[in-house]
Design a protein. Structure first.
Length: 140
């Protein structure tokens, strides 16, 4: 490899490493690094020897395909739950209390005997006395 290609390869490798490492960063510095790399990768009109498009074309990589692959990777990564990350985000919520609806006042729960039948439910007619007696007997 020529020296320029090695330099471009190192630049692209570092950018991809930063993209993957800081994709779910929660600290300010990590988010800043990720935003820089994401902006460099997504810039389609940038010019110069260190532009993403130029680097990819020099290394014979399709820039659009690499962008699409990185987008797919992010979607897959977002679909997986990172419990460590979620724990850090919800640290303040856990210290406040359990998740629930806001309380507007204590509403006593109804017992099963107190629950009324909705008007939408069809009334169930009582069984005639003769039919209920025949249910208890086995038919021969």
């Amino acid at each position: 490899m020529h020296a320029i290609k090695r330099l471009m390869y190192a630049l692209l490798s570092d950018a991809l490493r930063c993209f993957q490492t800081y994709a779910d960063a929660i600290d300010r510095e990590g988010r800043r690094i990720f935003a820089e790399v994401e902006a460099w990768i997504s810039a389609r009109d940038a010019e110069g020897p260190c532009a993403f498009e130029t680097v990819c074309e020099t290394l014979q990589i399709e820039p659009g395909r690499l962008r699409d692959s990185l987008d797919e990777w992010r979607v897959q990564k977002a679909g997986r739950m990172n419990l460590r990350y979620l724990g850090k985000l919800n640290a303040t919520a856990r210290s406040v209390g359990p998740i629930g609806s806001p309380k507007r006042g204590r509403v006593p729960r109804k017992r099963a005997a107190e629950v009324k039948v909705s008007r939408c439910d069809p009334p169930v007619p009582p069984l005639p006395l003769a039919a209920s007696a025949s249910l208890g007997q086995s038919q021969e």
